[in-house]
Design a protein around this ligand. Structure first.
Ligand code: GLU
Length: 286
């Protein structure tokens, strides 16, 4: 692979404005793409429509633009791509990996006793109405390499169990949509927050079962709130302060381990790209 083939992406769920943590993920993925002279895409992950307030997507795109983080192609919206997810589900149904589940959330909680879904409906619904579609999680351990965290592995059936592909309300699960779109957009490098690292084995299993290429992964350090909790819109993280975008990127760079001093946005970005190269290097271009 040459560096020209690099395609990276930032894939925010527009559940609110960008906060300090999501700016770090955006900047990290942008830097990795720029450091490899690659393309950087934005995909709006609005599959969970009830959690996405109207306008949050465009607000976020405006925030990114203020920071000079501009995508190399028109962004995609997952809410417009249901047909692709339905095709992938049909494929997994055909090969017997996806199964219909008739359990309610309450039942799953009671059956799993706080552990993983115990495979209740794997062998049929036994007359109950279909609610959701799940993926069988049995199979070999998933071993993978993260460019920052090193070798990783997970036994899916004991760690996460049979996971949901399409919810009872018809909404597509993140795991399925992300895998379908990363492949459709020919993404070679996924750079995102470390909170998503334990989702990666589920995504790799789906890539394997759907016959899709496996991207490289780099999970970035997380920005924690002062109480040590992960910053997220769910726990009320504030929109990132963009009154001085250069300073906002300097702060995001600090979270990534980069010490940036330049005074203008363009100079700071250039400084960040070389600092990023020194820290994370070009990935082994094999
Ligand atoms: N949409 C996910 C989020 O905002 C990130 C998806 C990804 O980068 O794979 O948490």
């Amino acid at each position: 692979m040459t560096s020209n083939a690099y395609i990276g992406r930032f894939a925010p769920s527009p559940t609110g404005p960008l906060h300090a943590g999501s700016l770090v993920a955006a900047f990290g993925s942008w830097l990795d793409a720029r450091a490899h002279a690659g393309q950087w895409l934005i995909r709006i992950e609005d599959v969970d429509a009830p959690r996405c307030p109207p306008g949050a997507d465009h607000f976020m795109l405006g925030q990114l633009a203020r920071c000079g983080l501009l995508p190399d192609a028109t962004p995609l919206w997952q809410s417009q791509r249901s047909d692709l997810y339905a095709d992938a589900l049909a494929d997994l149904q055909r090969t017997g990996w996806a199964f219909g589940c008739g359990c309610s959330r309450k039942e799953v909680a009671a059956l799993s006793k706080g552990l993983v879904y115990p495979g209740t409906c794997r062998n049929g619904l036994h007359g109950r109405p279909l609610r959701a579609w799940r993926l069988r999680s049995d199979g070999p351990r998933v071993d993978w390499h993260d460019r920052r965290l090193g070798p990783q592995s997970q036994q899916l059936d004991t760690a996460v169990g049979d996971f949901v592909l399409q919810r009872a309300d018809g909404l597509w699960a993140y795991q399925l949509a992300v895998v379908v779109d990363d492949a459709a957009q020919r993404v070679t490098d996924i750079v995102r927050g470390a909170d998503l690292a334990d989702n990666t084995p589920r995504q790799i299993r789906l890539q394997q079962l759907l016959g899709l290429p496996l991207p490289r992964y780099l999970h970035l350090p997380l920005v924690l709130a002062s109480d040590g909790e992960k910053l997220s819109k769910q726990n009320g993280a504030q929109a990132v302060d963009l009154s001085d975008p250069t300073n906002a990127l300097r702060e995001a760079g600090r979270a990534l381990g980069l010490c940036l001093q330049a005074a203008t946005l363009a100079d700071l970005q250039a400084e960040a790209i070389s600092a990023w190269r020194a820290l994370y290097g070009p990935p082994e271009l094999v």
